[in-house]
Design a protein. Structure first.
Length: 195
């Protein structure tokens, strides 16, 4: 007779399932992956994933939540660990952004290349997205603190984020050479981060 599964056992299997699903979603597109395929990749019965998640979309939500949480933690840590002015802290957060994206390409693509109804909700995914968005707003916050009108500060923040995201996405696709996202960040730092 097998022993009952502990909470740690369940958490480990859920994490393993999400790890496998993340790669499959990124390689094939989430809509092209079935619960049965995930189960086969894990070497378990076709019904096993349903013991942990109601649907493939629920797995995608879990994968994206994990990604946003890790991403946000990396940016928050870089910002908190950096001494100096707002520009130095913004550059550190930008470096953490690039490092996360390039080091976790599948996760990054799923985080920002997918949209689900829960993204704007008050549920776990909505909260993870909002926390990540708040982390990305430090640039605009610092401009507002220096007296720039909020609408203009948020527009500048969006411009910086768009440029950085575009540079990362192009580098991940192999359209631009390795290191080009960091070059873009350096250029953004020279032309626009607050002093």
């Amino acid at each position: 007779m097998s022993r009952p599964l502990t909470d740690d056992d369940l958490a480990r299997f859920q994490a393993q399932l999400c790890d496998v699903a993340e790669v499959m979603f990124a390689e094939r597109g989430a809509e092209q992956v079935s619960m049965r395929q995930i189960a086969a990749a894990l070497g378990v019965s076709p019904m096993t994933p349903y013991r942990y998640f109601a649907s493939r979309d629920d797995i995608l939500v879990a994968v994206r939540i994990r990604g946003f949480e890790r991403f946000t933690a990396a940016l928050e840590q870089a910002y908190a660990d950096t001494t100096g002015d707002a520009a130095a802290r913004a550059m550190a957060a930008g470096q953490a952004y690039i490092a996360f994206a390039l080091g976790n390409a599948n996760t990054y693509r799923l985080m920002f290349g997918q949209h689900q109804q829960e993204d704007g909700s008050d549920g776990p995914l909505g909260r993870a997205v909002a926390r990540a968005r708040a982390t990305l707003s430090v640039y605009g916050d610092s401009l507002i603190g220096r007296g720039v009108a909020e609408a203009e500060a948020r527009a500048m923040e969006g411009l910086i984020w768009s440029a950085l995201h575009g540079a990362v996405t192009l580098e991940l696709a192999g359209t631009t050479p390795p290191g080009s996202a960091r070059e873009t960040l350096g250029l953004l730092g020279r032309i626009g981060f607050p002093e």
